[in-house]
Design a protein around this ligand. Structure first.
Ligand code: URA
Length: 434
């Protein structure tokens, strides 16, 4: 087989065979295909698409490019969760301890931030000494002992996706249905759960810009799940504004800790309750979605969810004194208020721009090997439909560099569209696809 012929075929809009896809995935994982050849093929896929059979073959080849975990020791229903990514999306940090506190095992592999979206692993690593790179046996043992473990893609799970995802980010090929569906589903298949809840985001802060394409992506992932004998439920969520208040790393962890103590914004609450209720149902411990939501709220109020988070942090080596007293987190040196020069109602927020501004402050990576600054980011105080008076604070910028802080401040003002007419508050959960 020859990679040039494979690139040529996709460039010329032809269908790739299972053998060709497997050859590409295996040889690229081993390092026998160069990044520039892989980039050419990925770009051809981005432009010319893939049919359902090709997407499925790509997913399975990536899922089997490394180990496939067997989690059946945790029972016949093992539930996992994944988000297609967004700005300020700290749901995993809040939801997974809640689920574990209900006695449902959580063995989750999460990603790092790339491009304008953040990643759970970078956020967790802002807790001093928290280790996200534990080995396979410790990962499983932690789940056995305390019911939860959250790790990065360091185990040999879907290594092809790890390489391809990083590559896609450097060549502007992330926002594409065949590539996202195969990336997410390969990781989920390799990670071993048989029940998967997906948060499929749409809007200006997501890879899918509208609800229709989010639904299309969700349906593709369900179809792949079915072929892999995995049950998939997708919750379509609105990412026309950042989720919650904080966009960054340590500031998102602080928001998650507050949420686990019961203090959360309405949009975060809506997503946590919907995803959580679906996970409880799929785990086979509660058929009634509304009852499941009550169970979640109960475990927040009785502190079981917060205590589970403490246990998780301690087990993975993190310093729990930071969780118990969030004022210990290192702070950015500069805090600037972004003041509204107009009065009215927030009509639109360019959410992708907010993610980019946060990344530019240092909270995200521009290139895949960039170091990130855990302390910087944005706290969003005005959201869609909120009334704004001249002089009100729209956001706070947390920065460690004056020039970057000033740039962020002027760009954030431009990211807001203020209307003189009242605006209806949009829902956050838009649809559930079972
Ligand atoms: N999240 C993933 O894991 N992969 C993608 O391609 C996009 C979001």
């Amino acid at each position: 087989m020859n990679i040039l012929k494979i690139i040529e075929k996709k460039r010329d809009k032809k269908e790739l065979s299972q053998e060709e896809i497997e050859y590409f995935v295996n040889e690229y994982t081993k390092g026998n295909i160069t990044d520039y050849q892989a980039a050419a093929l990925v770009m051809a896929i981005y432009i010319n698409g893939m049919n359902d059979e090709e997407i499925t073959n790509l997913t399975f080849a990536m899922a089997h490019s490394g180990e496939v975990l067997d989690l059946t020791i945790f029972g016949k229903n093992v539930v996992d969760k994944h988000s297609t990514g967004g700005v300020g999306d700290k749901i995993t940090l809040i939801l997974m301890p809640i689920i574990a506190s209900l006695g449902i095992p959580v063995a989750k592999m999460s990603g790092r931030g790339l491009g304008f979206t953040g990643g759970t692993i970078d956020k967790l690593e802002s807790i001093p000494n928290f280790s996200t790179t534990i080995d396979n046996t410790t990962f499983i043992n932690n789940v056995k002992e305390i019911g939860i473990s959250l790790i990065s893609q360091n185990l040999n799970l879907a290594p092809a996706d790890k390489k391809l995802y990083a590559l896609r980010d450097t060549i502007s090929c992330v926002d594409n249905i065949p590539l996202i569906a195969s990336s997410i589903m390969s990781k989920k298949i390799a990670a071993g759960a048989n029940k998967i809840v997906l948060e499929v985001t749409c809007g200006s802060g997501a890879f899918m810009e509208n609800k229709e394409s989010a639904i299309e992506l969700a349906k593709k992932m369900s179809a792949i799940g079915k072929l892999a004998k995995r049950e998939v439920v997708s919750v379509i969520t609105n990412m026309e504004e950042p989720l919650g208040e904080a966009v960054g790393n340590s500031i998102e962890v602080i928001e998650a800790i507050k949420a686990l103590k019961g203090d959360m914004t309405e949009d975060v609450k809506e997503v946590v309750l919907e995803l959580g209720a679906r996970m409880i149902k799929m785990a086979g411990v509660g058929n009634d979605i509304e009852e499941n939501k009550k169970k979640i709220l109960e475990n927040i109020m009785n502190k079981k969810a917060y205590n589970k988070f403490l246990q998780l942090v301690e087990k993975q080596g993190g310093d729990i004194s930071y969780i118990e007293d969030v004022s210990k987190f290192e702070k950015a040196q500069i805090v600037v208020e972004v003041i509204s020069e107009e009065a009215g109602y927030v009509e639109k927020i360019n959410t992708k721009r907010i993610g980019e501004i946060s990344a530019n402050l240092g909270a995200g990576r521009i290139k895949k090997d960039d170091e990130i600054d855990k302390t910087v980011g944005i706290i969003v105080k005005k959201k869609i439909a909120d009334e704004v008076k001249k002089g009100d604070i729209l956001c706070y910028v947390y920065a460690n560099n004056e020039e970057k802080a000033n740039f962020a401040c002027s760009e954030l003002k431009k990211a807001y569209k203020i209307s003189t007419k009242k605006v209806v508050k949009p829902a956050t959960v838009l649809e559930v696809i079972e």
